[in-house]
Write a protein that binds this ligand. Sequence first.
Ligand code: HEM
Length: 413
Amino acid sequence: MNKAEQLPDPLTTPLDQIDVSDARLYEQDAWRPYFERLRKEDPVHYQAHSPFGPFWSVTRFEDIVAVDSNFEVFSSEPTIVIGDLVEDIPIEMFIAMDPPKHDDQRRAVQPVVAPRNLADMETLIRDRVVEILDNLPLGEPFDWVERVSINLTTQMLATLFDFPFDQRQKLTYWSDIATGSPEIAGGDVDHEERMAGLNDCLQTFTQIWNERSGGQDSFDLISLLQRDPNTADLVDRPMEFLGNILLLIVGGNDTTRNSATGGVLALNQNPAEYDKLRANPGLIPSMVSEIIRWQTPLAHMRRTATRDVEFKGKQIKKGDKVVMWYLSGNHDDTAIENANDFIIDRANPRHHVSFGFGVHRCMGNRLAEMQLRILWEEVMQRFSFVEVLAEPERVRSNFVRGYKALQVRLHAL
Ligand code: HEM
C-alpha cells in the first residue's frame, strides 16, 4: 500500500473522524481537501480523539482572527502547540504567556527588531547571502534546503547574535532540541539531552553577555538588549534570559528556512509568476508576503479556553484546547481571492494569518520579510532560473510546515 492510501478519504469520512492533527497530512501535502471540507461543513470542529487528546479546530480566516484577538477567553498558557508540553526546565517565554506579563517581556525585547535596527543589520545580512549564493554550483543538482535555506538561517542567526561563527551549528541544535521533545510535535529528543543542551545554551550566552559591552556601534541582538534600560539586567534573570534567547532563536529559524525553500517551489509550480518576477524584480517585496502566506511556515497556534464560551454556535468548555489553523485560514476563499493560487502581485499581499494576530502577532515579521527580500534580490541578480528537479521531501509535523530536501539546478543569467 502506498503512503497516500493510508489516509482517510477527505470527502466521505464522517466529519467527526477528520483529524487534522495527523502529521502525515502535511508530510504528504494532502491537507487541502480536509480543511476545505471543515471550512465548508464544520468550521469550528471538535475532534474527540487524537494522539494529542481532544481539541477544537478553527479553520476560517475571520474566526482565527477572532480567537487570536481574544486572549481573555483564549489563553496562550500553558503552551501554544497542540501537544501538552511536559516542562522540565522553567523557561519563561512570552509567546506562552498572557498579558500583562506577556506585554512587559515583549516590550523589553521588541527594540531589537525596531526599523532602525533592521536597517543597520541589512548590510550584514546581505553580505552573508551573497557569500552563500556565490559559492553555489551552476548547472549541477544540489539540495537547496541544505546549501541555501539551512545555511542561510544558521548564518543569519549567528550574524544577528554576533555568535562565534565557527560554532554557529550550536544555534540550530539548540533550536531543534527546544522544540524537539516527543510531546510537542512527535520529535525524538530525550529528556537528559534536552536538559544538557539548554544548560549549555544558557551558559554560552551568559558568557557572551559578560564579554560584550553593548557598545553604540554594535547592532547584534545581545548588544541591543544590553543597551535597552528594560533588558540591561536580563542576564540576572536566567530563566527569562534563556527563554527570550530561545524564542528569538526558534522564532527565526524553521520559519524563515522553510519560506526560503517554499518560494523556490512556488515559483516552479507557477511558471507564469516566475516570468512576472523576471520581468519586474520590483515585485519582490509583495512576492515575499505571498510566499509567507502560501507556505504558512507555522501551520497552527493553540489556545486554551479560560471559561465556558459559545463560539460560532459551539459550546467550548473551560480548559478545552482551541487550535487556530493558520494554514486553513490562508486558503479561505471567503477572505482571500483565489486563495489556492500563488499570485506575486496581489493588491493586498500582507492580508494573511501566517504571522498571527493580536498581542502575540509575530515580533520578527519585518525581519523575516527583510531576510527573504534580500535573498530574492540577490538570487535574481545571479540566476535566471532556480529549477526544481524533484518533488520535495517534507517534514512530518502538524506545527512546522517545512522541507527536509529540495533538489534544484541553477541557470546563470
Ligand atoms: C516567515 C517567518 C515567520 C513566521 C511565519 C512567523 C510566525 C509566527 C507566529 C504565527 C507567531 C505567533 C502569532 C500569534 O500567536 O498570534 C509568531 C510569534 C513570534 N515570532 Fe515569529 N515568525 C517568523 C519569523 C520570526 C523571526 C525572524 C523572529 C525573530 C525575531 C520571530 C520571533 C517571534 C517572536 C519573539 C514571537 C512571539 C511574539 C509574542 O508572543 O508576542 N519570528 N511568529
